[in-house]
Structure formats: C-alpha cells, structure tokens
Design a protein around this ligand. Structure first.
Ligand code: NAD
Length: 277
C-alpha cells in the first residue's frame, strides 16, 4: 500500500475500543505510515454505570498493534472535556514526536438521554461536552502547534448523520453533532490561511459498542430482539448493510492525505446513502 502519510503524526481521540471507529482510524492512518498518539478516557463515571468508555488496557492494545506495523505510538489518558488534560495530551504528543500533523477528534457518545422532557441537565451537559466541547478543546490546543510548525495540517472531526437530522430520544447528541459541524465550518475559515484543512465525517449506523446502546433502546421501545433491531436499521440503508469502522477510516485517510488538501469546511456523509434531509 502507498505510504501516503509517511512519518506524519496523528492524534486520534476515543480510539481504545475494539470495534470502535477510532481504532479503525488509528490503524488505518498507521498503515498509511503515520505515527499515532492513541488517546482515550480510560475511566468510568459512577453516575452513569451503563456508559462504557475505552480503558487503559484497550488503549495499550492499540499502541502495540501500531508498533507491530513499524510505526511509533504512545497512549494518553485524556478527558477531552477537561482543558488541562487536553493541554497535557498535546504537550506529551509534541514532546514525544516533535510535530503534530493530523488531529482526529473522534471521542464522542453520550450519557443518559431519552425524551427532552425527561432529560437531566447533567446528562445534557455531559453529552454536549463529550462531543462538542471536546472537539473545540483539542482543536484549540493542537492548531497553534500546527501553525508554529508551518507545515499545514489536518483536523478531522467525527460528527454523525445525527449532525444533520433529528432523532427522538437523542436531542443532546444530535444538538452536539450539529454543533460539531458548525465548529468545523468556522474553524475551516480560520485555519485555511495556515494550510490547515478542517472537515467532518458523518457516519450512519456503525455496529460499535456505542451503537449497542441504541440497539438496546430501540429493542426495549419496540419489543424487538437484537437481530430484528439490526434489520430495521439495515432497511434504512440503500447500500443494504451496516457500516464498518473501516468504511469511515477509508475516508479519513483520504482527508488526512495530500489528496484531500483542497477540501475544507465539509461535512461528508459516510452512511451508505441514508437520507439526512
Ligand atoms: P466507541 O464507544 O467505540 O467510541 C467512542 C470513544 O470515545 C470511546 O472510546 C470513549 O471512551 C471515548 N470517549 C468518550 N468520552 C470521552 C472523553 N470525555 N474523553 C476522551 N474520550 C472519550 O463508539 P464509536 O461508535 O466508535 O464512536 C466513535 C465516534 O463516532 C463518536 O464520536 C460517535 O459519536 C461517532 N459516531 C458513531 C456512530 C455509530 O453508529 N457507532 C455513528 C455516527 C457517529
């Protein structure tokens, strides 16, 4: 395979989980020649025991797999909603590699949820923070390093088709992902002059551990088993199958490469044709 990203350095947040989109992105960028800063939350939230986050052992597994490809990698425990932790992650990455070329703001998900009239302010705030504030903070701290190096850069945000349409029981997540697209567009206008592109990818139905929460919610609401729920999702996809993390990673690899260098401020649907308007 052509090494489109030879010796570039990429931070990928939210990449610990085995079936996750972030892990597929980290491994794809590494196969393209990039060194990887693998970042994830590595803890749990006692108030939301059902919310599953990537843990340290999983992150170490990503690092080991990247190193097997002959690339360098470090694991960083970070809460992307905490500015001091984000700053420490960026400094650790810059110290280790001496450069930062690609930022994949992939950490996301949500806690709580449900109908707006029943949603707590705490679960709303946390969901918006994980998806939107985290993307803001990581971009805020990485962009100055890219600008100072003078080599341009790539910021690629994992939004969602939920950033282009509503979803019952998912208002906080949808609002946050719409916000990620607004942030993407604004940041692209600010950073174009430095040769830094900023784009969002909008996956559809990816069968990750995060998606299991949605499967459970739909199953409970409509009294369907897992296979029946999956069929209802596939029925909405013109391509006729669930999406994989690699489907997303393929487009991220393009956006991260020289080939994607004149595309910025875009929110690209990668969803097998699911309607978003
Ligand atoms: P995932 O659970 O594997 O990935 C989400 C990751 O974000 C986890 O590793 C989690 O630990 C991490 N994370 C959450 N809060 C964090 C925090 N505060 N600090 C650092 N890391 C944190 O699930 P996924 O489906 O692979 O999701 C990856 C991204 O794709 C998310 O942004 C999600 O919203 C988005 N997405 C997923 C789907 C889907 O169908 N699965 C569709 C569209 C968009």
């Amino acid at each position: 395979m052509a090494q489109r990203l030879e010796d570039k350095v990429a931070i990928v947040t939210g990449c610990a989980r085995e079936r996750g989109i972030g892990r597929a992105i980290a491994m794809r960028l590494a196969r393209e020649g990039a060194h990887i800063v693998a970042a994830d939350y590595c803890r749990s939230i006692s108030e939301y025991p059902d919310a599953k986050f990537g843990q340290a052992a999983e992150l170490e597994d990503v690092v080991a797999n990247v190193r097997k490809l002959g690339r360098r990698a470090i694991a960083v425990k970070v809460d992307v909603t905490d500015e001091s932790e984000v700053s420490a992650m960026v400094e650790a990455a810059a110290k280790e590699f001496g450069r930062l070329d690609i930022l994949c703001n992939n950490a996301g998900g949500g806690v709580g949820g449900g109908p707006v009239m029943q949603q707590t302010l705490d679960s709303w705030n946390r969901t918006v923070s994980i998806n939107l504030t985290g993307t803001f903070l990581c971009s805020k701290h990485v962009a100055p390093k890219m600008i100072a190096a003078g080599n341009g850069g790539r910021i690629i945000n994992t939004a969602s088709i939920a950033g282009k349409r509503g979803g019952p029981g998912m208002a906080a997540y949808c609002a946050a992902k719409h916000g990620v697209i607004g942030l993407t567009r604004s940041l692209a206008l600010e950073l174009g002059q430095f040769g830094i592109t900023v784009n969002a990818v909008c996956p559809g139905f990816v069968e990750t551990q995060l998606f299991e929460g949605l499967i459970n919610m739909v199953g409970a609401t409509r009294n369907l088993n897992r296979e029946e729920v999956l069929k209802t999702f596939v029925a909405q996809v013109p391509m006729g199958r669930m999406e994989s993390g690699d489907d997303v990673a393929d487009v991220v690899a393009f956006l991260a490469s020289k080939d994607g260098g004149y595309m910025t401020g875009q929110a690209l649907n990668i969803c097998g044709g699911v309607e978003t308007h």
